[in-house]
Design a binder for this molecule. Structure first.
Ligand SMILES: Nc1ncnc2c1ncn2[C@@H]1O[C@H](COP(=O)(O)OP(=O)(O)OP(=O)(O)O)[C@@H](O)[C@H]1O
Length: 222
């Protein structure tokens, strides 16, 4: 569905190096790597938000709808949740349905500033879904949430993915457990400039933590 041929991205210094990978329908990729290594930079490049990365670097993107859950909710604060969703194409009924799906039934007339962090993130997820994405990009969706709320959101995302088997996902996270629950593939970004050190299929609990432990103890050099 997508072929990445990214040559790199500099911010005063080289941050991202050459990235070559493909993303297929139904791929559930968790993107891990040290803090500040370039994970958001890569996600922005894939989304087409980085004008310094030419469109030709992501082959096939024009054929797909991308939903991007940013680290901040980025909802328009002067619009209600319903209006935020309508702005990206949801009908009144769809907006209501999507808000209910993310556990915000009855909050359509609220403004983003009237919501808790977890609620705002779920509202932002509803906006992502409103574009009927076939590629879902999630940038640290569980960061700063209390463990219960983080777990609820994880289960919600898992249910959404189950309901849309062809949807692809790339989720930036620091937590191997997230990958155990959500991913069927692991990308590990490392180095300066950063490259995809690993692109491996994963399945099952503990697999990702095992791989990360190997990396930390330098048992794995591929
Ligand atoms: N707009 C920008 N201007 C200057 N430097 C930037 C910009 N965006 C990112 N960088 C730099 O690029 C590097 C990678 O940033 P990025 O946000 O992609 O890392 P990350 O792996 O997502 O980090 P984290 O895990 O902490 O969220 C950092 O050193 C950051 O300071």
């Amino acid at each position: 569905m997508l072929e990445l041929q990214i040559e790199g991205r500099d911010f005063c210094r080289p941050v991202l190096g050459q990235v070559r990978a493909t993303v297929g329908a139904g791929d559930r990729i968790c993107l891990l790597g040290p803090s500040g290594i370039g994970k958001t930079t890569l996600l922005n490049a894939i989304a087409g938000l980085d004008v310094s990365v030419p469109d030709s670097a992501v082959i096939g993107r024009e054929n797909h709808r991308v939903g991007y859950l940013f680290q901040e909710h980025r909802l328009l604060p002067w619009r209600t949740l319903k209006a935020n969703l309508k702005l990206v194409g949801a009908t009144r009924g769809e907006a209501q349905e999507l808000l209910a799906q993310v556990g915000l039934n009855g909050y359509g007339d609220y403004f983003p500033d009237q919501l808790s962090l977890g609620m705002a993130r779920r509202a932002a997820l509803a906006r992502c879904l409103a574009v009927k994405p076939d590629l879902l990009l999630l940038d640290e969706p569980f960061a700063s949430l209390d463990p219960v709320m983080a777990d609820e959101l994880k289960q919600l995302i898992a249910r959404i993915l189950d309901a849309h088997p062809a949807m692809a996902m790339i989720c930036v996270t620091h937590d191997a457990n997230d990958a155990d629950i959500l991913a069927n593939r692991l990308w590990y970004l490392d180095g300066r400039p950063a490259k995809l050190k690993w692109d491996k299929p994963v399945d099952g609990k503990g697999v990702v933590q095992g791989l990360l432990n190997k990396l930390r103890t330098r048992e794995c050099t591929d």
